[in-house]
Design a protein around this ligand. Structure first.
Ligand SMILES: Cc1ncc(COP(=O)(O)OP(=O)(O)O)c(N)n1
Ligand SMILES: Cc1nc(C(=O)O)sc1CCOP(=O)(O)O
Ligand SMILES: [Mg+2]
Length: 365
């Protein structure tokens, strides 16, 4: 077991130290503090080196430091004195599943679970020590659940949207037949995602368009998303739903769409982006970048937001708002790799050709 003891010179004099009367309890707390910290370090390495995700890495680092801070209330000299690795009956017991992992994701999940178990143990045994920070360990355990959700969602989004660089937003203003033909032609062009975004139809008509989109895309890898309405996404059998800042939360949308469907969230600044990642969004929209012919905006997140987002999260992120063939190079120069557009495709006389040209520009990077 590696020593995750605080450096004695770091120990804050102002921290109350709890002397644990029962040495067996202190030994248990010591082992669990180490196990939790080690597990969190593995997950942090996964976030940092495998996912290359600054936001998750920062969250995990903060969590690990929070744990070390709570652990400082148990005198480190006593903890060290009680370590008896040689006579620890648990040291030589390992299950087959611990010696073999199928992927880095599995390593991450196993380590996160190990940390959660250790935190639970800390929480329970700390209750036997008067004044020890049992509630603090509980809080950290809940934070690990949130991180697990963000990691799983990021994985789901990254897997399913891996090659989806172009996302096209369509309305339902024309006939159902024309709409179906348009969806098919965009799928044939290689568009990664199509979204039905229609504010002016009654629910009965809207679900017809949603079903038409799903049917038209059925033979293609193109994913289908319904804007604003998780209920209609499920009814139509779409791949997911997109929600804005004033619509259902990811938590509530997830309750409707279930664990497999994608949930995308619109974000307009870094705080919203961080919140979307934390809440378990599978992908995010980043905008508005430029003035749009599709939707009016008072203010613009612009290219700076795209630059910030590119170094903040590894979640699939779609720059949106007024993006055209002409300004796409500026968008890509920020580090953005994916775009969502409406007018640049639907406003063209030949939407599928417009999509092909955008895809060509996107593929260059
Ligand atoms: C991919 C994508 N990004 C952003 C939006 C905008 O969603 P929202 O802010 O909820 O605004 P409305 O589209 O509902 O007017 C989107 N639809 N898709
Ligand atoms: C619907 C929508 N939401 C945006 C956001 O920034 O959240 S921008 C936008 C309009 C996207 O259409 P176009 O490509 O025609 O500008
Ligand atoms: Mg919306």
């Amino acid at each position: 077991m590696s020593a995750e003891l605080p450096n004695p010179s770091d120990a804050s004099d102002s921290k109350p130290l709890f002397s644990v009367a029962d040495p067996r309890v202190l030994r248990t707390l010591d082992a669990s503090l180490n196990r939790a910290a080690e597990g969190l370090r593995v997950v942090e390495d996964y976030a940092r080196f495998i996912r290359d995700d600054a936001l998750l890495t920062e969250q995990l680092k903060r969590l690990r430091h929070g744990l070390a801070e709570l652990g400082r209330v148990f005198p480190w000299q006593d903890r060290l004195a009680l370590r008896e690795t040689a006579s620890d009956v648990g040291v030589s017991i390992s299950t087959l599943s611990e010696t073999c992992r199928a992927s880095a994701e599995e390593v991450c999940i196993a380590s996160l679970e190990r940390s959660q178990q250790a935190l639970r143990s800390l929480e329970e045994f700390a209750k036997t020590v008067d004044g020890a920070p049992s509630a603090g360990f509980e809080r950290l355990r809940y934070e690990t659940y949130q991180i697990a959700k963000a990691i799983a969602a990021g994985q789901r989004g990254s897997d399913r949207l891996a090659s989806a660089r172009l996302y096209v937003i369509l309305d339902g203003s024309g006939s159902l037949a024309d709409f179906s033909a348009l969806v098919t032609s965009l799928c044939q062009a290689g568009v990664g995602v199509v979204q039905l975004r229609e504010k002016g139809l009654c629910d009965r008509a809207l679900v017809c368009f949603a079903r038409a989109m799903v049917t038209a895309a059925a033979d293609f890898p193109t994913l289908t998303i319904v804007n604003d309405r998780p209920d209609l996404a499920v009814l139509a059998g779409a791949d997911g739903v997109h929600v804005g800042q004033e619509e259902l939360s990811v938590h509530d949308a997830r309750a409707i769409v279930g664990p497999q469907r994608l949930i995308g969230v619109s974000t307009h600044n870094v705080e919203q982006l961080k919140q979307a990642v934390k809440s378990g969004a599978d992908y995010v929209g980043l905008g508005p970048t430029f003035p749009s012919k599709t939707k009016r905006f008072e203010s613009f997140a612009g290219l700076d937001f795209l630059r910030e987002a590119a170094v903040t999260t590894s979640l699939p992120a779609y720059a949106i708002g007024g993006i055209t063939e002409e300004n796409l190079a500026d968008v890509l120069a920020t580090g953005a790799q994916r775009i969502a557009v409406s007018a640049a495709v639907t406003g063209s006389a030949e939407p599928a050709e417009a999509a092909r040209r955008l895809l060509k520009q996107l593929a260059v990077r």
